[in-house]
Design a protein around this ligand. Structure first.
Ligand SMILES: Cc1ncc(C[n+]2csc(CCOP(=O)(O)OP(=O)(O)O)c2C)c(N)n1
Length: 300
C-alpha cells in the first residue's frame, strides 16, 4: 500500500484519529483516500470557478486504485523507462487528476492552489509540463492511440510496463478510437488496459441519446479485446478486476467501469448540467458537509 503524502491530508486524517499506517483494511483505506481526493477536487473547482466536476467525480475511485494500489509509478521512478504509464484521455476531468497527482507527491499543494490563475503551471486540461503527466490531452479521441504506441514500444523494447488509458463514454463517439481499437487487437497488446468511465452521460445529455454505444461490450470484443464489467466507484471491484488481468494472453483489456457522474455529491449525481457546473457558496458547503460526514463515519 502506498501512503498518501500530502502533509495537510496526513494531519487532517490524524485529527480524526484515523491512522493511515494501519494496514489492516486496504479497501477501507482506499475508500478514505477517494473521499479525500473528492474533497480536494471540489475545492479546486470551487475556488478557481473552473472545471469539469461531474466526470472528475465519477473517475475518482478508478484513479485512486490505479495510483495507490495497482500502478508502478511514483515521483521517484517517474523517468524510469519501466514505469507504468497512465493516460487521461478524457482530459477535461483534470481536477481529479491534479488532486491525485498532488496526493501521490508529483505536485505540491501550493501549485495545485494556483489552478485557474494566470500563469499557473496547471491548465484546464493536462499538459506534459506537469510532473507525472504523460500526454497533453483534452481533445477527445487521442489517448487510446497514444497508449497503444506506448504498449507497442514496450513489446519492441522488451519492457514489462503496462499502459493504462482512461476514456469517457461520450468520448466513444470519436472515430479515431476505432482505428486504435483495431490496431490493439491486431498487435495483441496484452500490456494495454483501457478503461471506459461509463457514467452514461456526456456534455449534453445521455450517451444513448447523443450517440448510442450499446452493445458496448460486444463491440470491443469484436475488435479482439478482453472485456470486463466493473463497478467503477467500488474500490474492491476495481482492485479485484485490475489484479485478475492476464497480461500474457495476447489480448488488450477493456474495463467498462460503471460509474455515476457526479458521484459522491448527491445533488450533482446523474445530472448532466454538472458536467462543467460550478457550485455556489451554498452548494459548496452542502457538498463539503456530505463528504466530511462520510469521512467521519469511515474513521469511527
Ligand atoms: C475532439 C473533442 N470534441 C469535443 C470536445 C468537447 N467536450 C469536452 S467534454 C465532452 C463530453 C465528454 O463526455 P464523456 O466522454 O462521457 O466524459 P465524462 O462524462 O466522463 O465527463 C465534450 C464533447 C472535446 N474536448 N474534444
Amino acid at each position: 500500500m502506498k501512503i498518501i503524502r500530502d502533509k495537510n491530508t496526513v494531519e487532517f486524517i490524524s485529527n480524526l484519529n484515523c491512522s493511515i499506517n494501519n494496514e489492516t483494511d486496504e479497501v477501507k483505506k482506499l475508500e478514505l483516500y477517494s473521499e479525500i481526493i473528492r474533497k480536494r477536487l471540489l475545492d479546486i473547482v470551487y475556488s478557481s470557478k473552473n472545471g469539469h466536476i461531474g466526470g472528475s467525480l465519477s473517475s475518482v475511485e478508478i484513479e485512486t486504485v490505479l495510483y495507490f494500489k495497482i500502478m508502478n509509478i511514483s515521483p521517484e521512478n517517474k523517468n524510469d523507462s519501466n514505469r507504468d504509464r497512465f493516460i487521461l484521455s478524457k482530459g477535461h476531468s483534470v481536477e481529479a487528476y491534479y488532486a491525485i497527482l498532488e496526493q501521490a507527491g508529483f505536485i505540491d499543494r501550493k501549485t495545485v492552489d494556483t489552478y485557474g490563475s494566470f500563469n499557473s503551471l496547471l491548465a484546464g486540461h493536462p499538459t506534459k509540463k506537469v510532473p507525472g503527466v504523460e500526454l497533453n490531452s483534452g481533445a477527445l479521441g487521442h489517448g487510446l492511440s497514444y497508449g497503444i504506441g506506448l504498449a507497442l514500444a514496450a513489446k519492441m523494447d522488451n519492457k514489462n510496463y503496462t499502459s493504462y488509458v482512461l476514456m469517457g463514454d461520450g468520448e466513444q463517439g470519436e472515430g479515431s478510437i476505432y482505428e486504435a481499437a483495431m490496431s490493439a487487437g491486431h498487435y495483441k497488446l496484452d500490456n494495454l488496459v483501457a478503461i471506459i468511465d461509463r457514467n452514461t452521460l456526456q456534455i449534453s445529455g445521455k450517451t444513448e441519446n447523443v450517440m448510442s454505444l450499446e452493445p458496448l461490450r460486444e463491440r470491443w470484443e469484436a475488435f479482439g479485446w478482453e472485456v470486463f464489467d466493473v463497478e467503477g466507484n467500488d474500490i474492491k471491484s476495481l482492485i479485484d478486476t485490475f489484479e485478475s488481468l492476464d497480461k500474457k494472453n495476447s489480448k488488450p483489456k477493456m474495463l467498462i467501469a460503471h460509474t455515476t457522474k457526479g458521484c459522491g455529491i448527491s445533488f450533482m449525481e446523474k445530472v448532466a448540467k454538472w458536467h462543467h457546473g460550478i457550485p455556489n457558496d451554498e452548494q459548496y458547503n452542502e457538498a463539503i458537509e456530505e463528504i466530511n460526514d462520510r469521512i467521519k463515519s469511515m474513521c469511527q
